[in-house]
Design a protein around this ligand. Structure first.
Ligand SMILES: C[S@@+](CC[C@H](N)C(=O)[O-])C[C@H]1O[C@@H](n2cnc3c(N)ncnc32)[C@H](O)[C@@H]1O
Length: 447
């Protein structure tokens, strides 16, 4: 759904707004609200809001951090705010957004309580509809600040997981893993990178840690575009888990490999780096534009095609990577809004599409060829069950089990030999967390 670009209901009181930090808080609260209302991504709604408000880079980064924290902690912040209100439901969603984004700053960010409370009160007073709630805003937020220790004692990562996701993860993973997944999502995500070569050398040059899986992890917040090797195309940003499916594919120089659902191209780059010929296909022209820019920076030659996979003409490949569209519930660490913008119904629709894409991919593979199917979802229907159903219906395919040694993550291989990473897993000494990914490796054994 398209994000709304509705103007906030602000009044014209210049004195209220003319204070440092007001515009940043307004952008954060409105972005939070628009994400929930439009079921859009935070990135999509933030851009126009930041531009309209004329925020500089520093304020843009703060607005993004506030909105991200508020979305990551939405369930618990709402819980603790309503505990301190007489009513069960606030009639105005924008008031709730102001309270939640302010509570996020008070409880989870390095923002002075006074600034967070004062700016929230100003936001309420500057909005004609909410003017009468400025006293309530002040009282609730002051209580949140005063009772932070009590709140911390009652806090539980499960509060930030919607009920429908909790039920699914409890069924599939059990109570202990459910709790660990919820904690993993709260921890957020670092910036991981994949390098063309010399991982140890780049770890030193970038002051990064080398993960057991081979990716590098940045421990600092320097803008990546300013780091050594970025402009020169020596490396690219890619979550440690997202880098594993191509490791399982193990492309060989000279092979013709189809990268299906390729954009924006993290996996395309990995395949191209091996010297294999890559045909990168995706139906989204804007996302493929980003893929082309990425490949240009990295200096990789890739055959890029804007096409719906389901409408591809007959053509065969030595190997195929199918990174299917999915609910992306494995990426809540970096996109916390997904917990609140996706619904259970979405999964059934995606599962149907994944099944069709798998069947289509199977038809385009030569006999003896490898097929990697992967999704960044934690849902069994989009991973384990999808592959079981496919293998049951396609006797000409067999699984080539993944071994723990291949990916250096002993806990990330299930009993069937499929890869299943979870957001809380250890990826090195004192290094935790990667996206939740599923990957299966199949081989076509007969026509
Ligand atoms: C998980 S993302 C791919 C991420 C990418 N492989 C990477 O590593 O950067 C899924 C992609 O599938 C594409 N897609 C969804 N349905 C498609 C279809 N029927 N045909 C082609 N591409 C499709 C979307 O445009 C999206 O870019």
């Amino acid at each position: 759904m398209k994000p709304m670009h509705k103007k906030s209901n602000s009044g014209s009181d210049k004195n209220l707004k003319n204070i440092a930090g007001f515009a940043t808080r307004e952008v954060a609260a409105d972005a939070f609200l628009q994400v929930l209302k439009s079921r859009a991504t935070l990135e999509d709604v933030l851009e126009p809001l930041k531009r309209e408000a004329g925020l500089d880079d520093r304020d843009s980064a703060l607005a993004k951090a506030i909105a991200t924290t508020a979305l990551r902690r939405y369930g618990s912040l709402k819980h603790f705010i309503y505990q301190r209100l007489d009513q069960k439901h606030l009639a105005f969603a924008r008031l709730e957004a102001i309270l939640i984004t302010a509570a996020a700053q008070i409880l989870h960010m390095d923002v002075p309580d006074r600034a967070a409370v004062d700016l929230a009160v100003r936001l309420a007073r500057a909005d004609k509809t909410l003017r009468g709630f400025s006293g309530l805003t002040n009282a609730v937020l002051r209580r949140i600040a005063k009772e932070r220790n009590e709140i911390a004692e009652q806090d539980d990562p499960l509060l930030d997981v919607p009920q429908w996701l909790q039920e699914r993860w409890l069924r599939f993973y059990g109570a202990e893993k459910l709790q660990a997944i919820a904690a993993g999502h709260r921890a957020g995500a670092s910036v991981d990178i994949s390098v063309k070569s010399d991982a140890a050398g780049w770890a030193k040059r970038l002051d990064a840690s080398q993960l057991v899986t081979g990716s590098l992890r940045l421990g600092h917040k320097t803008a990546v575009t300013e780091l050594e090797g970025f402009q020169e195309g020596e490396w690219w940003i890619q979550d440690a888990a997202a880098a594993l499916p191509v490791r399982l594919l193990a492309p060989v120089q000279g092979e013709r490999i189809a990268d299906l659902c390729a954009a924006p191209g993290g996996k395309t780059a990995q395949i191209a780096a091996t010297g294999a010929e890559v045909i990168a296909i995706d139906r989204s022209a804007p996302r493929l534009k980003r893929l082309r820019e990425n490949m240009d920076r990295l200096g990789f030659q890739v055959d890029v095609r804007v096409k719906d996979i389901l409408n591809l003409e007959d053509e065969t490949f030595d190997a195929i990577l199918l990174d299917a569209p999915c609910s992306a519930t494995g990426t809540l660490r970096r996109h916390p809004e997904i917990a609140w913008t996706k619904a259970e119904d979405d999964i059934a629709k995606l599962v149907e599409l994944q099944g069709k894409l798998l069947e289509k991919s199977a038809g385009m593979l030569k006999v003896g060829g490898r097929l990697i199917y992967c999704t960044c979802s934690l849902e069994a229907e989009e991973g384990e069950n999808r592959i079981e159903a496919f293998l049951a219906a396609n006797r000409n395919f067999k699984r080539i089990p993944v071994t723990p040694e291949e990916i250096s993550l002993p806990d990330a291989v299930n009993a069937n030999g499929d890869m299943r990473t979870l957001p809380y897993m250890d990826v090195g000494e004192n290094l935790k967390g990667l996206d939740g990914f599923f990957a299966a490796r199949l081989q076509k054994v007969a026509e």
